[in-house]
Design a protein around this ligand. Structure first.
Ligand code: PGA
Length: 250
């Protein structure tokens, strides 16, 4: 089973519209002709439209960094799936550890957001991963089991493979400490086994990617690992050349 490599740039709260446009202008020529993998830019809500327009007609895709579970209503500050679709977005990061830690996002909310995204026609990128104390307490598998099984609980078996799961150990995000290739592979194998408990076919097809201090220097080592289907890149994705090198390494 060949899974198409998936490389996503999570810009977090970086880049104004002007900066996002400048990135796109510099980045597109660097990945020209790269068609055998998914390359996804995830700007802030306000820069989505500009990035969609800047990448129109090419292979580079655009994702949002969050989405409301509800279709519309009195939810001040929230953005719906329909609004994202209207902006031309086709994927969405859900449950990033920063949203879990800083904005109290729960697995139960994600259990609603993931199917809501799929039903609307957006590809969900569900983020999971243990904190350092959890790893030290040997709780990594328990945490991943809870996050993956709850996050995917309301997704029909036939649609599981449409989700992208990002394994992002919290201790590796923005710290410069990358999980070793073995640690990443083991966690991803475990996640695939959890999905296999629902559907063997979905487990063979679902893309499970790694995130946490991925840089051009360590990308190749992580991405050659059997089972690591790509990367969700924060810091290094802010630089067009660095992200293009990571795309190339996949
Ligand atoms: P980082 O962030 O690459 O800066 O560690 C990854 C992420 O949070 O998705």
């Amino acid at each position: 089973m060949m899974r198409r490599p998936y490389l996503a740039a999570n810009w977090k709260m970086h880049k104004t519209v002007a900066e996002a446009k400048a990135f796109v202008a510099e980045f597109l020529p660097l990945v020209d002709g790269v068609e055998d993998r998914d390359v996804v830019l995830c700007p802030s809500y306000l820069a989505l439209r500009a990035v969609v327009q800047g990448t129109e007609g090419g292979a580079v895709r655009v994702a949002a960094q969050n989405m409301a579970a509800e279709p519309e209503g009195a939810f001040t500050g929230e953005v719906s799936a329909a609004m994202l679709l209207e902006a031309g977005v086709d994927a969405v990061i859900l449950g990033h550890s920063e949203r879990r830690a800083l904005y109290a996002e729960t697995d139960e909310e994600l259990a609603r957001k993931v199917p809501a995204a799929l039903e609307a026609g957006l590809e969900p990128i569900l983020c999971v991963g243990e904190t350092e104390p959890e790893r030290e307490a040997d709780a990594t598998e328990a945490v991943l089991l809870r996050q993956v099984s709850t996050g995917l609980s309301a997704v029909a078996d036939e649609r599981l493979a449409e989700v992208v799961v990002a394994y992002e150990p919290v201790w590796a995000i923005g710290t410069g400490i990358t999980a070793s290739a073995d640690q990443a592979r083991e966690a991803i194998e475990f996640i695939r086994a959890v999905v296999s408990g629902r559907s063997r076919d979905a487990a063979a097809e679902i893309r499970i990617i790694y995130g946490g201090s991925v840089k051009p220097e360590n990308a190749a080592e992580l991405l050659v690992e059997e089972g690591i289907d790509g990367a969700l890149v924060g810091g290094a994705s802010l630089d067009p050349e660095a992200f293009a090198k990571i795309v190339e390494a996949a």
